[in-house]
Design a protein around this ligand. Sequence first.
Ligand SMILES: C[C@H](O)[C@@H](O)CC(=O)C(=O)O
Ligand SMILES: [Mg+2]
Length: 460
Amino acid sequence: MFKPARHGEVGGVSLQRSQQQKPLRSHDRFNLCAEMSHKIVNLRVRDVRFPTSLEQHGSDAMHTDPDYSAAYVVLDTDSGLKGFGLTFTLGKGTEIVLCAVKALAGLVIGKSLQEIVSNFRGFYRLLTSDGQMRWLGPEKGVIHLATAAVLNAVWDLWARAEDNLLHRFISEIYITDVLTEEEALDILVKAQEGKKQREDQMLKEGYPAYTTSCAWLGYSDQQLKQLCSDALKSGWTRFKVKVGADLEDDIRRCRLIRKMIGPSSTLMIDANQRWDVAEAISWVSRLAEVKPLWIEEPTSPDDILGHAAISKALAPLGIGVATGEQCHNRVMFKQFLQASALQFVQIDSCRLGSVNENLAVLLMAYKFQVPVCPHAGGVGLCELVQHLILFDYICVSADLRNRMCEYVDHLHEHFTSPVVIQDAHYMPPKDPGYSCEMLEESVNRHEYPEGDIWKQEIKK
Ligand SMILES: C[C@H](O)[C@@H](O)CC(=O)C(=O)O
Ligand SMILES: [Mg+2]
């Protein structure tokens, strides 16, 4: 029988069903593949890079020549079912992540999906606690990015095995089966009320999004104006601008965009860790006139107390602090929340240890009543994170205030089930799985260094 764990763990938060709780409904879908264990017989990982730096897509104050890239993982099983996962990287670093994925492969090959999901906690620990490899992290850096790629593929495989969408699948599992911690359980059980209405609402309206694609740092003013006016015509009302390299430039660009979008649209600014703490406070104070909702990554992503000081200083200006795209694990998020060091939690589907760890952060954010606005600036991140944010709304927070998911308008054409944006909202995905399967032709063309795209680039 194909069953998820009764006792399990979401990231580091263990969830156990309380004795007083009604027995949980066993879900019929778990029986669908009762006959198949889906033994993983192979793990392939490929270095897929897109030359986005050529046109400055994705550029910011610290990453001036980003080539959006992925360590792309395919799991093959003896049943023929496959799982697809990736982690996001920027060009050169991808080959290092590939090595780390290969180092983890031995822990995955030979295991059946049934074996993994019947003790997901143990499997997560196996990947993150190997006595020799954990020295590279633990649970941070390259080894954690590799863990995310592998676990994203496992979650995809599991959702496909159940013939279900990931966001709907986890919302069912984590209410009905993997419950050990009272508080987490209470949150999830409480959110059962109104779940169906919220799901219907999402199917009809979608989840609110904001765009970063108008104002990458390397774009000219002319380009910024054109993209902004196109976006306004397509219904966008929330915009993010890259800042942090030159104050006078920032003032000019932010004024320009604020003028274009008007006073009622929402504006966010993102410095990608460019400043020291005092510099962040004075720089952002100068930009307060354009009324940004948040300053994102003002300083080192590891400086929790620095973020707390910035939050405190900027609160009177009505500017919050957002961070998370380089917050390397749930423990960091815990401390950011405890220290009131952020006002917007930016989970990232490839930085943390996949769905497991992201669910732990969603639950903590709910507890601290801090809105979650995921990071999605990269290749495949929009496809992945849409599942997590739908889960957050439908099954955890039940709240849309001050919440929106990032959207960047690049590279979706390379996916078999690309995200669908309508009227500046993410429309729920329709195909089973975690939405990160890439078109074989795209992978072949963009694989580094042998793909046609790179052979041409290298010849230049
Ligand atoms: C290098 C990436 O494009 C980064 O700038 C993305 C980012 O900070 C965001 O989307 O936010
Ligand atoms: Mg950012």
